[in-house]
Design a protein around this ligand. Structure first.
Ligand code: GLC
Length: 561
């Protein structure tokens, strides 16, 4: 088990040495709470379940945990439909449980990052209920975006805008008005022009900061502010407009006024609270979110969207290190999260596709699922091998790395979820054309046997396939060849790489082999091809698959000393 570092002690120590703040090169482990561990046997993961696994988290050697939403929610969008920003879903526990979790993680040297969802609330939020009850022209409706419809009797939506999850972005309420929802119908967009909305999120940030939370992940950070002056544009007009900071709907310059205010909140704490933006914006505009004046860091989803390909990986790294220089922040690397097909599976499929947001394989996933049960086109072993190579590549990069629960087990996407058990609104809104994101949200296998593979004592809210047994923590724990052991070892060794944020490319002599050196002198070499690559110098520190004498096999990364 990793050495136990008390957080306060660790922080004092960092301050003494004037080390850069932890988040610049930290490893953040994403927990999707409803699918992590279920302590109260209701089939849904909970806060006490996470506390019970605190030793496991410590054993990974991570710097922080990011919790996807655990707030009260009707679960129309996996908890991203928040009914109360300052409470815990009673099915997941209480605020006292949350405090226990913060203590359990802090005492193990692990920081806590929570998810803030400011673009929309749940339709179960007190504000939205009030807006419905209060009727048109009320102050309560001002907190959201209500408009009159068009056509005879206003029976048609105000515009033809399409929601991210498919279908109209407008929904009609009983008195005939329409409200905007860029995501699910149950997720009404907030009106960020309305001062009370702004003030309330500041209260929320303080609420969690006061409870000891170290940082925030900001959901759809690029969509809060909107220019809804009449006449409203059509969807085609929206699509054609440049995304230059003045677009009516996305990535508006004025969203940074919101974040400047949040920055003052973050900096009023010691140490300052951190934030990372989920912002799907043009590359050139990422530094606006990552700058010190705004949220301070922004997700870079480029690796997650790249194929397992040397040229693409190199370009992604180069571009993002340049962007990090431009913002003064560090880069963030992500291969998997709760919104995309797990990378072990992506890399095992023949032709990665792209959905409308650029995320891999939703559509392709459709064909692959339709091909029935256990997918005949998925090469599970090759995907797993490449995923390990990609992870070891990522963990050698300067900047922070995000790990999504289960990837440390080499877990694959679950294809075989019957329509009747699916939960993701994208599945229903697309009438099944898009299989959505349930396949990466299936509860973790902790044991290779038992009713829900050790997730809990009473089943699991999404069905786990038989093959989960092969990826169980109990099976991988202590196995020197397991993916779990690889992650633990890599995270331990990575501490030696975290001295400076530089990287120097080394000519590998091959198009399908990437090679770079870090300031401590270590090299990372990844063979994206099939042909073995001779290692002419250096001693292997760790490899994602066994080396073949002095040869680096295909689909393998090695770190050399
Ligand atoms: C983000 C989340 C996603 C959610 C959406 C709407 O993209 O990662 O899971 O559905 O925002 O809140």
């Amino acid at each position: 088990m990793a050495d136990t570092r008390d957080l306060d002690h660790a922080l004092d120590h960092d301050a003494d040495l004037e080390l850069p703040p932890w988040w610049r090169q930290g490893v953040v482990y994403q927990i999707y709470p409803r699918s992590f561990a279920d302590a109260n046997a209701d089939g849904l993961g909970d806060i006490a379940g996470i506390v019970a696994k605190a030793d496991y988290l410590e054993s990974l050697g991570i710097d922080a945990v990011w919790l996807s939403p655990f707030y009260p929610s009707a679960l129309a969008d996996g908890g991203y439909d928040v009914a109360d920003y300052r409470d815990v879903d009673p099915r997941l526990g209480t605020l006292a449980d949350f405090d226990d979790l913060v203590d359990a993680l802090h005492s193990r040297g692990i920081r806590v990052v929570v998810d803030i969802v400011p673009n929309h609330t749940s339709d179960q939020h007190a504000w939205f209920r009030e807006a419905l009850a209060a009727g048109r022209d009320s102050a309560a409706r001002e907190r959201y975006i209500f408009r009159e419809g068009t056509g005879p009797d206003g029976a048609l939506p105000p515009t033809d805008w399409v929601s991210m999850f498919g279908g109209s972005a407008w929904e009609r309420v009983d008195d005939g008005q329409w409200y905007l929802h860029n995501f699910a119908i149950e997720q009404p967009d907030l009106n960020w022009e309305y001062p009370e909305v702004r003030a309330d999120f500041v209260t929320t940030l303080r609420f969690w900061s006061d409870r000891g939370v170290d940082g925030f992940r900001i959901d759809v950070a690029h969509m809060l502010t909107k220019d809804l002056s009449e006449p409203l544009p059509s969807q085609a007009q929206l699509d054609a407009l440049p995304r230059d900071g003045m677009h009516p709907m996305v990535d508006r310059d004025d969203v940074h006024e919101v974040y400047a205010e949040w920055r003052r909140v973050f900096d009023s704490y010691d140490p300052p609270r951190t934030a990372v933006a989920e912002a799907w914006v043009d590359k050139a505009r990422v530094p606006l979110y990552a700058s010190r004046e705004s949220l301070g860091q922004a997700f870079n989803f480029d690796l997650l969207q790249a194929d397992f390909d040397a040229g693409q990986f190199r370009r992604v790294v180069q571009d993002n290190l340049e962007l990090a220089d431009a913002s003064g922040s560090s880069s963030t690397w992500v291969l998997s999260n709760h919104d995309v097909v797990r990378h072990a599976t992506r890399y095992g499929l023949p032709h990665p596709g792209r959905d409308e947001r650029g995320a891999p394989l939703r559509k392709h996933g459709t064909e692959w699922v339709r091909s029935g049960g256990v997918d005949p086109v998925l090469d599970r072993d090759a995907g797993g091998r490449r995923a390990r190579a990609a992870s070891l590549f990522m963990l050698a990069l300067p900047g922070s790395s995000y790990i999504y629960q289960g990837e440390e087990l080499g877990l694959h996407e679950v294809a075989e979820i019957p329509a009747s058990e699916r939960q993701d609104p994208t599945f229903f809104r697309s009438e099944g054309a898009d299989f959505g994101r349930d396949g990466c949200r299936v509860p973790l296998p902790w044991r290779s046997d038992g009713p829900s593979f050790g997730f809990g004592d009473d089943g699991s809210h999404l069905p786990q396939p038989e093959w989960f047994a092969d990826y169980a923590v109990s099976r991988e724990d202590g196995d020197p060849a397991s993916t779990l052991t690889l992650y633990r070892e890599a995270l331990r060794l990575r501490r030696s790489l975290q001295t400076s944020e530089r990287l120097e490319w080394i000519e590998s002599g091959r198009d399908d082999v990437l090679r770079f050196r870090r300031p401590n002198g270590w090299e990372a070499v990844t063979n994206f091809g099939a042909e073995p690559y001779p290692l002419d110098r250096g001693h292997p520190v760790i490899a994602s698959s066994p080396l073949d004498g002095g040869l680096l096999p295909g689909d393998t990364t090695v770190w050399l000393r």
